[in-house]
Design a protein around this ligand. Structure first.
Ligand code: GH3
Ligand code: MG
Ligand code: MG
Length: 395
């Protein structure tokens, strides 16, 4: 029984059948019988022979011993957790989305009913499938009937068929009327995450979709961890480097300027020396949050560059625009009045900011932008801290 969720009546029934226990006369789903079982459980305490049943006020029931976290939530909320939440999902999050391209109306209806935790969107042609992915955001899973997409021989099928912004890691599952080994191999060679031949049992499809959704969820959680700075939770240096590379290429293509702020907390060594390292950490978290709140556009990125240094990447911003954001940052940090009694700048936390901006050039390296902001930051420090210098202004 290990690993199986015996709170599901079907699984429980299967296990009981397998053990040769006759419960058919009891009717597992019949609530009268469930109550009778519950009474017996309460009075006889015959553990091992009678299964405990818990029924919530909302009428949901747990039969047998579910896993501990599931039982906790059930007792607190009166509701059963889904398979997905058992694996650590946050129920308040938007449901995962599955985009389907198929013309089997009955099969699709069944799918929509079964995947009650995920949102199923149906497309009637390959182009509307792609359009929907581009317009409404990337789904978590794509399910396509191969007979509706024509030739699947080409490798890198999903990427070639869609816009380059589409997520190449997105799992695409092929549904096929052709059960042959050749069809299955061709599907995997074309980049399918899974291959399901028709006709299939609805529960098999459901189980496989759930497996892929869970894998996707875990992958996304890992990606988020890999992108975030462990102390401040804003983006880390690695994420910044990746975004800088991407924005540099994009700017070189579009001719739009890229702005950069190098932000350094003033006299932070003194802060640590006086308040201690832990308070220092708390201060950095606060500074990160304040700087993050100064990023106005969704494309602006604030990251921890290292230690008490932060960096802001501002796509489509020339020097003037970047200076405006720098002023917001400087002001917001001052307004927060985070005490720093041993700073000789002011008795509160202040920052110095170096600003650079340029239209990216293909042949040149993006490190130019960082070097210039660094030079400007050095000048801001030299000029007395708690101020902004731009590379342009100083050179
Ligand atoms: P300046 O105004 O010239 O920038 O002076 P500063 O004291 O801020 O600069 P310095 O480079 O001398 O010191 C930086 C300090 O930041 C020293 C280091 O211990 C502290 N620091 C770096 N990372 C962390 C961190 O993660 N947590 C804490 N608490 N302190 C950190
Ligand atoms: Mg520093
Ligand atoms: Mg510093």
């Amino acid at each position: 029984m290990e690993g199986l969720d015996i709170s599901h009546p079907e699984i429980l029934q299967f296990l009981l059948d397998e053990q040769g226990v006759d419960v058919s006369s009891k009717g597992i789903e019949a609530s009268d019988d469930l109550s009778a079982w519950q009474e017996q459980w309460n009075s006889d305490s015959e553990f091992g022979r009678i299964l405990p049943i818990v029924i919530s006020e909302q009428g949901e029931k747990v039969i047998g011993f579910p896993l501990e976290p599931e039982l906790d939530v059930f007792l607190q909320s009166g509701s059963l957790m889904s398979d997905q939440t058992l694996h650590g999902q946050d129920e308040r999050k938007a449901p995962q989305r599955i985009l389907v391209l198929d013309d089997d109306v009955a099969g699709l209806q069944m799918l929509v009913q079964q995947m009650n935790k995920a949102q199923v969107e149906i497309a009637d042609s390959f182009s509307s499938l792609v359009e929907s992915a581009l317009e409404h955001g990337m789904p978590d899973l794509v399910l396509v009937n191969t007979s509706l997409i024509g030739d699947i021989e080409g490798t890198d099928w999903w990427r070639n068929s869609t816009d380059s912004d589409l997520d190449s890691a997105l799992p695409v599952i092929f549904l096929s009327e052709d059960k042959s080994t050749e069809a299955e191999v061709a599907a995997f060679e074309a980049g399918a995450a899974d291959f399901i031949a028709k006709p299939f049992h609805p529960r098999v499809l459901q189980a496989r979709l759930n497996m892929h959704l869970q894998a996707r969820e875990s992958q996304q959680q890992l990606n988020n961890i890999a992108r975030a700075d462990a102390l401040t939770s804003i983006c880390n240096r690695r994420e910044f480097d990746l975004r800088l590379m991407g924005e540099w290429s994009r700017g070189a293509r579009t001719g739009q300027a890229l702005g950069l702020l190098m932000i350094d907390v003033d006299k932070f060594k003194e802060y640590n020396d006086y308040y201690g390292h832990l308070r220092g950490d708390e201060c950095l978290i606060a500074v990160a949050q304040i700087l993050n709140s100064c990023m106005q556009r969704t494309s602006d990125l604030i990251a921890r560059y290292g230690g008490e240094e932060f960096v802001a990447l501002l796509p489509d911003s020339g020097l003037e625009g970047a200076l405006t954001v720098a002023e917001d940052c400087l002001e917001a940090i001052l307004e927060a009045e985070l005490a720093h009694v041993h700073s000789d700048v002011l008795p509160c936390i202040t920052v110095s900011i170096g600003v650079s901006a340029m239209v990216p050039i293909h042949d040149k390296s993006s490190t130019m932008l960082i070097e210039q902001a660094d030079i400007a930051l050095y000048q801001a420090k030299q000029n007395g801290r708690n101020r902004i210098c731009s590379f342009d202004e100083w050179s």
